[in-house]
Design a protein around this ligand. Structure first.
Ligand SMILES: NC(=O)c1ccc[n+]([C@@H]2O[C@H](COP(=O)([O-])OP(=O)(O)OC[C@H]3O[C@@H](n4cnc5c(N)ncnc54)[C@H](O)[C@@H]3O)[C@@H](O)[C@H]2O)c1
Length: 437
């Protein structure tokens, strides 16, 4: 890292103040940079200006103190990017209805950014995407908008975001940062910037290597978690407890990595990113059978849970319009994110079966599912007793599992949250071979 590279960066613009962009903006601010937190959602900007966080991992005080120290400026004025020395893009990269990459949001952001770009700025894409996006989508849009040449007049890099919302063991800065650049100079600048805020920077030889690194990580998780979900359903049929099998297998000190069953994988990353890779592979005439199967297994999980619950209710002679109460609708514990949550698929399946569905999630006040809005209801002894079945869908750390088990008539636990909790035969743990109960 050269001294000149270090001196280049004082003001940073982070485009997109969501799960990725906000913690990153606050990390830059904490490390002494002046940060513009840019978002098109004016409600988010207003909340930030009031020092209010909308993410469980970010405390109000972090926002307040960064703003009052003059380090953090939330804004919905995109043109402010001209003031920045470096611009980091953290906008969503979802799938379209055909389950293919939808880069509309990114294209709009870089289209606009191009018109404000000025000489010497460094632009880094952090959104997860298929290899070639930074070179073939971002670069031409910025060059077209600015009339300048990337690598000469301004600099481009790609660095995958590897944040794990809800994980208090690894803060953003402790996760090694993979960094790439369009040219050697771009890489030098991008590396210099990130090495000032991350404990470890891992530079790679091309934009595409960095882009594919993220897709490898998330495809690896999708495939392995889908496999353990399939394995868990086999264990159910064999009347063998998958949780005990995993616990035993992981005593092997090498060559085995434990993954844990659940009601399906959600979120903006793991079910989505592998399909970005699949799309890109297909364009090149190849195809990942593993991703295809893992995606299929993952998509089948809400139906698997619904079928198990239906069978249980029938076995327990529940009425036709039984009340099913769901604890947790977030796609994983301790977060307030329902994007791609399998709960949004499970609820319509239960409703179609004639059940009256309600839910409680301490982090999610309302959701849209089965064509209507559901509001999180209070969870007390009465709510639990009145349900014919309680599904433990998300195992938030604050789950009052003993109280649920004590009050509920039937519990279908998709997360092994009730393991070791005394019960009176009213608890079925998914994958534990307890189907016959
Ligand atoms: N959420 C995660 O855990 C995670 C982890 C690693 C990587 N990623 C990747 O990071 C990217 C962002 O994900 P996220 O979860 O932070 O999404 P998010 O929806 O939480 O945040 C994105 C923000 O960008 C804003 N935005 C959209 N268009 C904009 C524009 N033109 N200008 C300014 N702001 C704009 C949105 O209003 C939103 O607030 C995605 O590519 C995702 O795959 C996410």
């Amino acid at each position: 890292m050269t001294g000149s590279a270090e001196r280049l960066f004082r003001k940073i613009a982070v485009i997109g103040q969501g799960y990725v962009g906000l913690p990153l903006a606050l990390l830059f601010a904490k490390k002494g940079f002046t940060v513009l937190g840019i978002d098109v959602d004016s409600r988010k900007i207003e909340a930030l200006r009031q020092g209010q966080s909308y993410l469980p991992d970010v405390r109000d005080e972090e926002i307040e103190s960064s703003i009052s120290a003059g380090q953090f400026y939330p804004t919905d004025r995109f043109s402010d990017v001209t003031e920045a020395d470096a611009i980091v893009i953290c906008v969503p990269t979802p799938l379209n209805t055909q389950h293919s990459p939808d880069l509309t949001i990114l294209e709009k952001a870089v289209g606009e950014l191009g018109t404000y770009l000025r000489r010497g700025q460094l632009v880094i894409l952090e959104s997860s995407t298929f290899p070639g996006t930074t070179r073939d989508v971002v670069r031409p849009a910025l060059e077209k908008g600015s009339g300048m040449t990337a690598g000469i007049d301004f600099f481009i890099g790609y660095s995958p975001e590897r944040i794990d919302p809800g994980n208090d063991k690894f803060g953003v800065e402790q996760i090694p940062k993979v960094v790439s650049g369009l040219s050697a100079e771009c890489l030098e600048y991008a590396g210099a910037l990130y090495s000032r805020i991350f404990d470890e920077v891992v530079t790679v030889s091309s934009l595409e290597v960095a882009e594919l690194t993220k897709l490898l990580e998330n495809s690896h998780r999708l495939i392995n978690i889908s496999f353990i979900n399939e394995f868990a359903s086999i264990c159910d049929e064999l009347n063998i407890d998958v949780w005990e099998v995993i616990a035993a297998a992981k005593t092997k000190p090498f060559g085995f990595t434990p993954y844990y069953p659940g009601p399906g994988i959600g979120g903006h990353c793991i079910p989505v990113d592998p399909l970005y890779l699949q799309w890109k592979a297909q364009k090149s005439g190849v195809w990942s059978k593993f991703i295809q199967i893992a995606d299929e297994v993952n998509r089948s999980m809400p139906a698997y849970v619904a079928d198990r619950v239906k069978a249980l209710l029938v076995r327990h002679s529940a009425p036709e319009h039984a009340h099913v109460f769901i604890y947790g609708v977030a796609y994983k514990k301790d977060i307030n994110d329902v994007r791609e949550s399998p709960a949004l698929e499970l609820i319509p399946l239960l409703v179609q079966s004639g059940y009256d569905v309600s839910y409680h999630d301490p982090y999610i006040p309302e959701i849209e599912a089965a064509g209507r809005t559901y509001r999180s209801v209070d969870m007390n002894e009465d709510t639990l007793r009145s349900a014919h079945c309680v599904i433990i869908f998300t195992d938030h750390s604050v789950i009052p599992v003993e109280a649920i088990v004590a009050a509920a008539r039937l519990v279908f636990d998709t997360r092994n949250a009730t393991s070791g909790v005394p019960h009176h035969g009213n608890v079925i743990r998914m994958g534990a071979g307890e189907g016959a109960l």
